[in-house]
Design a protein around this ligand. Sequence first.
Ligand SMILES: [Zn+2]
Length: 298
Amino acid sequence: MALENVKHWEIGDVRITRIVEVAAYAADIGMLLKDAGPEIFEPYLDWLKPNFVTEDGLMLMQWQAFAVQTPSRTLMIDTCIGNDRKLHFDIFNDMQTSFLEDLQASGIDPLKVDTVCCTHLHYDHVGWNTKLVDGAWMPTFPNARYLFDTTEYQEIRHLEEIGDWHGSHLPDAIDPIMAAGLHEFISAPGYQVCDEIRMEHTPGHTAGHCAIHIESRGERAVITGDLLHHPIQFAIPARHGSFDHDPVKGAQTRQKFVSENADGTIMVIGSHFSDPSAGWIIPDGDAWRFVTERPNAD
Ligand SMILES: [Zn+2]
């Protein structure tokens, strides 16, 4: 077990546990923001360094999942990439990580997870839906209901059908769930998963993409999913992101999200943000910045 992969936050009566699968991956910002070089970070380095940008001007990203425990429920929000996969990107091919051991060591029993709720259905958010057992893909959380947004499902199934690699993981990570009858189609926008957890439609990255809001005893947090990938996008939310299926809508969604969650009281957990992964959005001139220390309540 890799202790640094696990982190906990408390939001009222809700406990959020982060399990990192791929930590602190450094890459050129041009991957995310077309034609951008390291100079784009310069105005924001005082809050981007050292957690989110390296000394060499590379962006840091990571891949992680979140277990959420309410007084009565245990949920997984996204399930990362998974072991033993054959995937489009070499770095994620046939991974052998301690993800499942880390999850168990953090106090989450996969058999007690009652709900799997994904921000969207890309390969890096649904991978541990299943695991390879004796050559067959089996549900990792066999006692859970897996919630699939209908719009999201239809889009990614279509991509699979036309041979687009974005859908190539469905036979391994989605179809075995459906074959076992563990799936439930929902209309995610505004869907209340349980008293404390609500899905907000945040389209652009994918058609049915959702952010996950958590609220308990007046405290609030939100898990972004891929409505943004890196904290620099709080400063320049209107700039198009290369990973978005619909970059125009993605930019609109980001601007709306940032302006609605920037009062400094909502903990924002970035699905691809490197450690510490969570912080608060605060106004900064005409735009916003992301701080990893909680701002003063007044
Ligand atoms: Zn992702």
